[in-house]
Every structure is written in structure tokens, then in C-alpha cells.
Design a protein. Structure first.
Length: 119
């Protein structure tokens, strides 16, 4: 089992910045992918950004490229999402996710943190 605890959400005006953090604990495999997803009211959950355990590979949704940056500190088992130039359409609940990659893939979710961007 893996536990994920997110922090850093809140309310910000358009054009502002927020930094989300997600600390993982428990049975974390050496090979894993950590990422951030978001879900707005009435919409499906979507991938925002992901990063591999080596940190060399990142993936971003087209809508956030150039504005958001994902990073991780493996010593702390923590992943970050720096969000700049925020837009009202970024308003959503943001969820942290980890995928342990072994003989099979195990996925875990955090409880979510609300991000609200006002115009």
C-alpha cells in the first residue's frame, strides 16, 4: 500500500501561481511514475503531468505546456507541480497519483486538493 498526501491547493487570481506537493509513503517501488491529474465539475479526470522515477521523462497535457512544471525529490518521495500563469479553466480538484511498476502495475491516488482560479 502507498499513501499520498497532497498540499498546496487554494484560490488564486488569473495569472497567478501555485505550487502543489504530494508526499508518498509506504511500499514505493524503485521504478515508478508519479503524476498529477485533475477533474473539473462535470468533466472526466485528465492527466496534467507525469514524471518517471529517474526524473528524465516528463509528460504534459497540451493545455498546460509552458505554464506548469512537474518535478520530484526521490529522497523525500515527493512530487511537485509548479503552476504559473493560471487560468480560470485550470480550476479543478487536483489528484496525485503513483504507479508502482513491477511484475504488475499498482496505482494509488491521493485525496485531492482544490485549485480555484478566479478571473
Amino acid at each position: 500500500q502507498v499513501q499520498l498526501v497532497e498540499s498546496g491547493g487554494g484560490r488564486v487570481q488569473a495569472g497567478g501561481s501555485l505550487r502543489l506537493s504530494c508526499a508518498a509513503s509506504g511500499s514505493i517501488f524503485s521504478i515508478n511514475t508519479m503524476g498529477w491529474y485533475r477533474q473539473a465539475p462535470g468533466k472526466q479526470r485528465e492527466l496534467v503531468a507525469a514524471i518517471t522515477s529517474g526524473g528524465g521523462n516528463t509528460n504534459y497535457a497540451d493545455s498546460v505546456k509552458g505554464r506548469f512544471t512537474i518535478s520530484r525529490d526521490n529522497a523525500k518521495n515527493t512530487v511537485y507541480l509548479q503552476m504559473n500563469s493560471l487560468k480560470p479553466e485550470d480550476t479543478a480538484v487536483y489528484y496525485c497519483n503513483i504507479r508502482n511498476i513491477g511484475v504488475r502495475v499498482e496505482g494509488y491516488w491521493g485525496q485531492g486538493t482544490q485549485v480555484t482560479v478566479s478571473s
